[in-house]
Write a protein that binds this ligand. Structure first.
Ligand code: FAD
Length: 300
């Protein structure tokens, strides 16, 4: 209820105030901010994945600008020898406008990344783009690019089939719950059912020897991941945990101290307002987290 009220009043709150709440989750408006955050993470043996803020684009010109920004990130990663990779949202590169146009932009990024030894993750967006994003992945792998991976959302009922179909590629997968508002015909809605599917998916991936980015702050799932990797006697370099910038930092640091790989999702860019408000609308619970963090109530 409180969450809904805050969301409805957001347009009337000055951006400068919203920024005070949002900045914990965003590196800053400039690429140098994401570089600095990654350098700080590297001091504690952490790594990152850098994301240029911006999602669905409505023109090819805008998608080309987004592509150029991703290429700037790749140059900065190389110039600063950062322990990071690039995460891209396929619709921000034009996938929603025209598949071949999006593919050609993403291919250009992945090809430059490959020449620099950098990995690129295709973030997973809402369900109209799930098939297209997985098709992109297959196409790029069939063309010989091995520096690309994708994301699987545990709330999607199709995810087990998607992973099973893609097993022959031995893909690198980020496994997360999923953040978009999907209909119950295609997505699990209950907290426990999503957790159960997350566990099933993690089993399927690890049992098939895939490299998984276990992307969650949910303690029950972190514990499950720890149990699985220990049972399977996986080495630290055979899996990783992933978290969002600004969330459960104490837990992140604990995992790092225990020797696990932890990669932090580091978004930056001038579109921070759009990102923050979309995140809030998609997942109103985040409002609660933000309010708690303002009042210092968030237990990390
Ligand atoms: C690295 C990474 C990449 C992601 N990429 C994608 C993607 O490509 N596509 C996609 O759909 N989704 C993506 N997500 C988002 C993901 O799907 C979830 O919406 C998000 O991670 C919350 O789910 P959870 O597993 O942490 O569980 P939750 O049940 O939401 O959270 C568990 C606990 O974590 C803490 N917590 C969670 N969020 C916050 C917060 N914002 N502030 C403070 N505490 C918090 C709280 O204590 C909460 O009780 C990504 C998440 C991560 C970590």
């Amino acid at each position: 209820m409180l969450n809904q009220i805050i969301i409805k009043t957001m347009p009337f709150i000055p951006k400068s105030i919203i920024y005070l709440f949002a900045k914990k989750y965003i590196a800053g408006p400039e690429l140098k901010d994401a570089v600095a955050v990654t350098q700080e993470l590297m001091k504690i043996n952490g790594s990152s994945t850098i994301d240029v803020l911006g999602e669905f684009v409505t023109s090819k010109d805008r998608a080309n600008l987004e592509k150029n920004m991703s290429i700037e990130v790749l140059n900065a990663v190389q110039a600063n020898a950062l322990d990071t990779y690039l995460s891209v949202k396929p619709t921000s590169l034009g996938l929603g406008l025209d598949f071949d146009f999006g593919l050609s932009n993403i291919r250009e990024i992945i090809s430059i990344a490959k020449s620099k030894g950098i990995f690129v993750r295709l973030d997973m967006e809402n369900s109209p783009y799930t098939t297209a994003t997985l098709d992109l992945y297959k196409k790029l792998r069939d063309e010989g690019f091995d520096n690309v991976g994708f994301v699987i959302q545990a709330y999607m009922k199709r995810s087990i089939d998607d992973v099973t179909a893609l097993l022959p590629y031995k893909p690198s997968i980020r496994l997360c719950k999923g953040i978009y508002n999907e209909s119950e015909t295609i997505a699990y809605k209950g907290y426990e059912e999503i957790r159960t599917n997350f566990k099933k998916l993690l089993d399927l991936m690890l049992d098939n020897g895939l490299y998984v980015g276990i992307a969650t702050h949910d303690e029950a799932l972190i514990q499950y991941g720890l149990k699985k990797v220990s049972e399977k006697k996986l080495k630290h370099e055979e899996y990783e945990f992933q978290m969002l910038l600004g969330v459960r930092e104490n837990r992140r640091d604990e995992l790092l101290r225990q020797g696990h790989r932890v990669r932090i999702y580091v978004p930056f860019g001038h579109d921070w307002y759009g990102y923050s408000s979309r995140r809030l609308k998609e997942n109103p619970q985040m409002v609660g987290h933000i309010v708690k963090s303002i009042f210092g109530l968030n237990k990390n």
